[in-house]
Design a protein around this ligand. Structure first.
Ligand code: GTP
Ligand code: ZN
Length: 369
């Protein structure tokens, strides 16, 4: 488990079990012994949409409210929760969320004008998908970098999804992110108007819970609609006139993507279906507390070297005696030297993007590309 997954958050305080023993909490709360587990797929004005018995014979949706005992703890899409009460999903039924299960990951958005603290917006996602158009709107690499940092800090894999390759060549951006270990998929609109290379995206999402982020206009809705047919209809956010789905709610929403045909990418994925969590209007992520080691972790080669750095080394460009510079200088041949320099430069770019730029996305930015 990466350090990012262990970080406490506002609700950990309540769900930390075993204060009074080693038995699971359910047993200590007989009044909730009948609680059932559900996944939170959406949140709207204090009402939570749940999926109960996912993949089972009794799978259905239900609506819930938060039990008072949870206080101000936030419940977000992706959360696994225990519910009591009427979870039949019948018209007018309402159940109560009484517990939030421990989260494997959390994604936060940064503090902003309306809110002084970093809020959790999605729980339990294992992959962050940064949707970026290659043109119209122009890619903003600083925003991409910040998203990469947020994903790595949260202990997620990062996938860069470059859209609109019919409008601009992806080569440069692909080359820019390859040294960082970010997987890249590229989509485009074909002559017939339909999206191409969707299977690559499906394979990259299969069997995982992926949270999609991206600026307005990059083609995120187009992508989600193509990946998850009828998805927005299932959660009731379809434009009555066009019949086309689009994200209107102010919070994230979890959509289930059908399993792609053919084998899934990577290792053991028993179930090729995936969860796609769409986030609306997330402008920046909470990067205020990103730990250096979380950022280093995905850079295995650098992390090994940096361990030997002087105590308190920031590993930044201007850090005195940072061994990462020596590591590049000590390359056995020019090819290795170029590769190491690219890695180090990329890592330092992320370091910089982490620092002191909260809310920077709200103002026009100068691109570092
Ligand atoms: N040329 C081209 N246009 C695309 C592609 N994908 C989406 N678009 C167009 O880009 C525009 C924006 O797409 P949306 O899917 O609405 O973008 P979005 O990211 O969801 O934007 P918001 O809904 O504002 O958050 C639409 O006019 C799409 O038709 C693509 O691959 N190529
Ligand atoms: Zn160093």
């Amino acid at each position: 488990m990466s350090p990012g997954k262990q970080r406490l958050d506002e609700s950990d305080i309540r769900i930390r079990p075993n204060r009074r023993g080693t038995r699971p909490r359910t047993k200590q709360r007989p009044e909730h012994a009948d609680a059932i587990t559900a996944m939170v797929t959406g949140v709207d004005r204090g009402r939570y949409t749940l999926l109960i018995d996912e993949g089972g014979p009794d799978e259905h949706r239900a609506i819930a409210m938060k039990a008072r005992e949870l206080g101000r703890d936030r419940v977000v899409p992706g959360d696994r929760v225990d519910v009591v009460g009427d979870s039949s999903g019948d018209d007018g039924s309402l159940s109560r969320i009484v517990r939030i299960e421990e989260r494997t990951t959390v994604l936060r958005r940064s503090a902003d004008d309306t809110d002084a603290i970093e809020r959790i917006i999605v729980a339990n996602a294992d992959q962050l998908v940064i949707v970026t158009a290659l043109a119209d709107p122009e890619p903003r690499t600083r925003m991409i970098d910040r998203c990469v940092v947020a994903g790595y800090d949260a202990g997620m894999d990062v996938l860069l999804c470059l859209t609109k390759a019919d409008l601009a060549d992806p080569t440069e951006l692909v080359a820019m992110y390859a040294p960082i270990g970010v997987a890249v998929v590229v989509t485009r609109r074909g002559p017939g108007g339909e999206l191409e290379a969707l299977d690559d995206v499906r394979r990259a999402l299969a069997g995982r819970t992926s949270v999609l982020v991206g600026h307005s206009g990059v083609g995120k809705s187009t992508l989600v609609n193509a990946l998850v047919p009828d998805a927005f209809r299932a959660v009731g956010v379809v434009n009555d006139v066009t019949g086309r789905g689009r994200h209107t709610s102010s919070s994230a929403i979890a959509l289930r993507m059908p399993a792609p045909e053919g084998p899934a990418d990577g290792e053991d994925r028993a179930d090729g279906a995936g969860w796609v969590i769409d986030t609306p209007g997330v402008r920046s992520f909470g990067l205020a507390h990103v730990k250096l080691e979380n950022l280093l972790a995905p850079f295995g080669d650098l992390a090994g070297v940096a361990q030997e750095c002087p105590r308190g080394c920031t590993h930044a460009d201007d850090a005195p005696d940072c061994l990462l510079d020596e590591w590049v200088a000590a390359s056995p041949d020019p090819e290795t030297s170029a590769a190491r320099a690219a890695r180090l430069e990329s890592f330092r770019r992320l370091l910089v993007s982490r620092a002191g730029t909260i809310g920077a996305e709200n103002t026009p930015e100068r691109d570092s590309r």
